[in-house]
Design a binder for this molecule. Sequence first.
Ligand code: PGA
Ligand code: ZN
Length: 445
Amino acid sequence: MATVLTSVTAAQRLDSRGKPTVQVDVETSDGKFRAIVPSGASKGDYEAVERRDGGKAFGGNGVLEAVQNVKEVIGPALIAKGFDLKAGLKEIDSFMIDLDGSSDKSNLGANAILGVSLACARACAAANGIPLYEFLARETQSRRQDFVLPVPFLNVLNGGVHSGNPMAFQEFMIAPVGAASFAQGIQWAAEVYQELKAIITKTFGKAAIGIGDEGGFAPPISKPHEALDLITEAIKAAGYEGLFKIGIDPASSEFFHDGQYDLGFKSSEPQKLSRAQLTDLYQGLVGKYPIALLEDPFAQDDWDSWSAFNQICKVSNVELVGDDLLATNIRRIEKASQADACNSLLLKVNQIGTVSEAIAAAEKAFKLGWSVFVSHRSGETTDDFIADLTVAIGCGHLKSGAPCRGERVAKYNRLMDIEEELAAKKIASSYAGEAFRYAHANAGS
Ligand code: PGA
Ligand code: ZN
């Protein structure tokens, strides 16, 4: 017997920055399934479009129109179609894409469509009597046979548009690649985070331990090497020297103007670098610190810089991740492939607006021989969907902020649940560790 949607409803709720977001509830004979949509601050120009109401309420950020679109347009249309949730999510997602009719989901709103897609994925899993990660793995054609738990990249120092300090670079992440399991990696990272707090307190005083949007500290520093020195000291103090790698997301589209990168964009003193000077800065950092991953080192349309830098990354074995550059969009991925501009896709479900398209983007990246790095948004909720998605596609790493703030740790906690559940069920699984970039390619090994 088919399992069909009997109710689809939505409500306006708040995200981790106190901005409105869309919550969706769908119902089947198996029960009620909920999802809440995240939202970025350093958004790329090529992302699917969230519907915001404008006007006075919430400074124009209300999402009542998107909520209405779920309740009055998407919900009734889906219920009328009577999709069998046992058959999977793809038809539901393509139906919503057609119903919207635009190329960027601006008619109904990517926030409306994604909420329904996420909630329906949970309903599909229940209809099949399997956990969400197993259902999403079934939706992924190229999945490996065993499950792989990701290396968490924890953003412990926040800058850019996510914090009020003068640091231009947005994220400094620590990755416990030397741990034996996901749970151990989280333990180590949480210990390093506490050491970092103590070092910042000692160096800058107690007033400096406030945190940014993703739970990382935001001390009064502005130079990347100051951040990396603090992190290095914290890793050492915790006793894990050599067992962590570092990732940086400068989110450089935010400070690119007229062909130059202004590292002073948050202070009154401009500090403009040419493309070549910024490249030199990155090369210096990669040579000095154990940096395994760089995301958006150049702006989303600065193709020449990306292509040139990708050649350097090949030699220095650095993962070069496209976030704003790719926007989880297959057309952008194809363009980047032709330009040989990067070697990894940042996967954010709300950049494209449906779960099926996000999975298709990951598969496209895998086919190109790239890595895939799953990501939260800076405006998050306690919805932990991306934890299951990461395990499902077997991409070996994700970022969900610091080991701090409920909406960040929700994903890490869910991943620890999954790790324990797989062990209890004696289902083959492993921690991605040092080879995180190639976890997907190591299928069946
Ligand atoms: P955002 O930041 O969610 O504000 O876009 C995350 C990122 O740039 O990776
Ligand atoms: Zn980014």
